[in-house]
Ligand binder design. Structure first.
Ligand code: AMP
Ligand code: ZN
Length: 114
């Protein structure tokens, strides 16, 4: 857990540009943006992936999604629309094993994703 990149961002050991923060959730701008707006939302608590989610974490992840929607409204990207993405495991394209949800916006996104 000490080697986790996103835990280091939570602990301010690695800098990030914060878009949203409360006691439990952090949203920060992705270092390699895939859209004009690209924010990564994480629970501050270390959970490896969606596959490792416990019943006791479901309120936390529900709240995280509300925070994404609230941030989208604050950034005024909600009317044009946006996408929320979670990559789980190797085939899902997960590279950082601390559960996270990407908020992508401000361009027309293709479907299906690659
Ligand atoms: P995933 O591929 O779904 O695991 O997403 C991990 C995301 O973390 C990628 O979009 C990376 O660009 C992003 N990322 C990696 N290191 C940093 C960092 N230091 N600050 C912000 N975002 C990062
Ligand atoms: Zn972590």
């Amino acid at each position: 857990m000490n080697d986790c990149l996103f835990c280091k961002i939570v602990n301010k050991e690695i800098p990030a540009k914060v878009a949203y923060e409360d006691e439990e959730i952090l949203g920060f701008y992705d270092i390699s943006p895939q859209a004009p707006v690209h924010i990564v939302f994480i629970p501050k608590k270390h959970i490896e992936s969606l596959d490792q989610l416990k019943t006791s974490d479901t309120d936390l992840i529900g709240k995280l999604h509300f925070n994404i929607a609230e941030t989208a409204r604050n950034l005024k990207i909600n009317q044009a629309g946006y996408r929320v993405v979670n990559n789980t495991g190797e085939n899902g394209g997960q590279t950082v094993f601390h559960i996270h949800f990407h908020l992508l916006a401000d361009r027309k996104l293709k479907w299906p994703p690659g």
